[in-house]
Ligand binder design. Structure first.
Ligand code: ATP
Ligand code: MG
Length: 360
């Protein structure tokens, strides 16, 4: 049967070519020592961080450069500063990157500058002489494994609330950003940051920028847009105000060592339905072990979106879930353990579990 033999021969050849192409593309893929895929990390981030496209675009650039694996071996893989007011997604971005790369949102080393402001911790960083109180404790602040990562994964470090750090601490950070090493005060230990993605966050200037925005938001929409455009032209936009505050707070040597400065915008009222969806997903994941699933009707979504206060960002929403929704839900679950599909609506202007048609 020549025809069948031809087909078999053709398939054999096609398969051989395909596996050759697969091997070649595998080869291309493995030229980076890093196993994470920037595309996958970004999908994870874009599904969970709302409204911060400009900042996420910069994160994508950074991840691509790191993945391409030609970064200098003399300094950290990247140094990123995230600016913006409270509850806008700065720390959440780092948690999600950690989750995408390590499968755990807390697989990074968070160094709280507030804690570091305490003298004995600062001593660990700034090189107080051995024997100085707390000079040995310093090591507990640094999770070396999380900082250094591994051959195939970058370490992740977050210096949180930078504006709380003292001038000495900022000065000792210069060396970390510059050469990727930190020698602890005892002199016996050096921490290597050369395989680290360094993130820093700060609220600097956010309050000043916010007060202009609050003022604009009281104007009618067209006037608001005009004011924002004029502010932009006169160099008084939120971004300008924040950058000015940044330069007032930190020395140029420090700012100069930062690769990327990301501006997170205040949480807009329009983002609330998507943010509610994200919070609801988180709640449903936690309810999995009870076998329950909750949904919200349009009235419940409207109630949760009401009285959004731009000053508190998305944190306010998480708080509403905890204080307004969870108690109502808990009471219902304890009383009706067999009902697994729950619909939340509004009764007497309060969130309430409605009878659900599926399994009531
Ligand atoms: N843009 C956003 N998209 C989705 N969720 C967000 C966003 N911003 C904040 N959140 C939610 O709000 C919570 C608080 O956000 P996050 O911890 O990132 O605040 P932050 O910007 O670091 O503020 P702070 O300066 O107070 O630390 C997060 O757990 C997250 O669920
Ligand atoms: Mg934070």
């Amino acid at each position: 049967m020549p025809f069948i033999n031809d087909v078999l021969e053709h398939n054999r050849e096609a398969n051989a070519q395909k596996s050759h192409a697969d091997a070649a593309s595998q080869q291309r893929l493995t030229t980076s020592r890093f196993l994470f895929e920037p595309k996958v990390v970004m999908q994870h981030l874009r599904a969970r961080i709302i409204g911060q496209e400009a900042a996420l675009g910069e994160i994508e650039n950074m991840l691509n450069v790191v993945k391409a694996d030609f970064s200098s071996t003399e300094r950290p893989l990247s140094v990123t500063l995230m600016l913006g007011s409270t509850g806008v997604g700065k720390t959440e971005t780092v948690r999600l990157i950690s989750e995408a790369i390590y499968g755990r949102p807390d697989a990074f080393c968070r160094i709280d500058m507030n804690t570091l402001a305490q003298e004995h911790y600062a001593a660990a960083l700034t090189g107080a002489p051995p024997g100085y109180v707390g000079s040995k404790e310093g090591t507990t602040l640094f999770d070396i494994e999380a900082i250094q990562g591994s051959f195939s994964k970058p370490g992740i470090v977050l210096f949180d609330e930078l504006e709380k750090a003292s001038t000495e601490v900022i000065r000792s950070l210069l060396n970390v950003l510059d050469s990727g090493t930190l020698t602890l005060s005892s002199g016996s230990k050096t921490i290597d940051f050369k395989n680290s993605l360094i993130f820093m966050t700060s609220n600097v200037g956010a309050r000043q920028a916010q007060s202009a925005l609050n003022y604009f938001s009281r104007l009618p929409k067209p006037a608001q847009r005009l004011c924002e455009r004029l502010a932009e032209q006169w160099g008084k936009s939120s971004q300008h105000v924040i950058e000015k505050a940044l330069h007032q707070q930190f020395d140029p040597e420090f700012i100069n060592r930062i690769d990327r400065i990301l501006h997170y915008c205040p949480v807009d009222q329009h983002w609330l339905p998507q943010l509610i969806d994200i919070e609801l997903n988180k709640l449903n994941q936690r309810l999995r072990k009870q076998g329950c699933h909750v949904s919200l009707d349009a009235y419940a979504i409207a109630l949760l979106s009401r009285q959004h206060d731009i000053r508190f960002g998305a944190r306010n929403l998480a708080r509403k879930f905890r204080t307004q929704l969870e108690p109502v839900l808990a009471r219902f679950i304890l009383k009706h353990p067999l009902q697994k599909k729950l619909l939340i609506g509004v009764k007497h202007r309060q969130l309430s579990v409605m009878a659900h048609p599926v399994d009531s």
